[in-house]
Ligand binder design. Structure first.
Ligand code: ATP
Ligand code: FE
Length: 347
């Protein structure tokens, strides 16, 4: 089995070629960060147009890098949601065109399933396992029991942590995306100078909240500006360090509880925030304590990419799943059909 995977649900245009054994023959990601830089966030119309322009190129490049042609493919997998609808539609149309033109089976994939199944692609992890998905749009604990069997056991009730990192960066006039810039500043700061809240730790369960953290950071910033007439570099660094350590504490404690309630052999993280070294560092000992293996995929497979979509497509294909030319792009598509969509946190 060899699959082409196509991803265009946010601001990365991606295509990859992946085999049934989990070998990534090529993975091309064309980031739109520069296009959206002046707007302080992803502009859906700009994203959709850029995806439409870049998808064919990304696919061609992936095929060329892998040294294969469409004739070598077993099928085409594409993100059919959730995400920014214009981008998802562009990807679905591109995939339909290729599937129809090359006579290949088409498999629509849930973007979150792509993230959630990544540990199987990278490490061949067996079911069941726990997945902490932390990104710009999502924050949830999933119990993964099969390629189509996800149970959401908790998550954020407001902002996703990546979104909170991005907003903090904006408050402090640091470059977007905020995660990496906040992490870089935090590395030089003192996490103990400012006292930020650890929301919802006093309540049982696995739900989290990050919007209060951002509000608290805003208040501290304004207080510093009022007192000093501006922000010093050390203030910025210390605020970033305090913020990152609060997020890490919340994620670590909720992970400890999730593993206690679901004693599975493996806990994996995915999503852009899983790239954060200090968050990884906080989660690893929690897994150790619970006797679980902690798995963090390489950074390039934590953020949006086509390889995870190709792989999720292969898993669905093996289950016998095929989509027709009526495959729809879906702006919302909860992984866990039993979960209330509004509790999904973000997109
Ligand atoms: P989703 O996949 O849920 O639709 P998304 O496409 O925004 O959302 P990703 O591409 O997985 O998510 O991740 C991007 C987010 O990850 C951004 O909010 C970014 O700030 C955050 N991020 C990236 N690197 C880091 C880091 N080192 N520390 C913290 N956050 C980070
Ligand atoms: Fe994503």
């Amino acid at each position: 089995i060899v699959f082409l995977g196509i991803e265009s649900s946010c601001d990365d245009t991606a295509a990859a070629i992946v085999t049934g054994e989990g070998r990534i023959l090529a993975s091309v990601v064309s980031s739109q960060t520069a296009l959206h830089a002046d707007f302080g966030g992803v502009v859906p119309e700009i994203a959709a147009r850029a995806h439409a322009e870049r998808l064919d190129l990304a696919v061609e490049e992936a095929l060329a890098k892998a040294g294969v042609t469409l004739a070598d493919m077993t099928g085409v997998a594409v993100t059919a949601g959730p995400g920014l609808i214009g981008g998802v539609m562009a990807g679905v149309m591109c995939a339909k065109g290729i599937a129809a033109g090359a006579g290949l089976p088409l498999v629509g994939v849930n973007h979150l399933a792509g993230h959630a199944l990544t540990p199987r692609l990278t490490d061949g992890v067996e079911y069941p396992y726990l997945m902490l998905l932390v990104s710009g749009g999502h924050c949830q604990f999933l119990r993964v029991d099969g390629p189509e069997d996800f149970t959401r056991i908790g998550g954020t009730i407001d902002d996703a942590p990546g979104e909170a990192f991005d907003k903090l960066a904006k408050l402090l006039a640091l470059p977007q995306p905020g995660g990496p810039s906040v992490e870089a500043e935090a590395a030089l700061g003192d996490p103990d100078r400012f006292d930020l809240p650890r929301p919802l730790l006093d309540r049982p369960g696995f739900d989290m909240s990050f919007s209060g953290l951002k509000t608290a950071a805003l208040r501290l910033r304004d207080q510093l500006i009022a007192e000093q007439g501006g922000l010093r570099q050390t203030d910025r660094r210390d605020l970033c360090a305090a913020f990152q350590s609060a997020v890490a504490d919340v994620l670590a404690e909720k992970t400890r509880r999730a593993l206690a309630a679901h004693p599975v052999p493996v806990i994996a993280v995915a999503g852009g925030v899983a790239a954060n070294q200090s968050i990884r560092g906080a989660l690893e000992p929690i897994a150790d304590e619970a006797g679980a293996r902690f798995l963090a995929p390489p950074l390039s497979l934590c953020t949006d990419n086509g390889a995870m979509i190709a792989w999720a497509g292969i898993e669905r294909f093996r289950q016998g799943h095929r989509d027709g030319m009526d495959l729809q792009a879906r702006p919302r598509w909860p992984l866990d059909s039993s979960a209330a969509p509004m509790l999904g946190g973000g997109k």
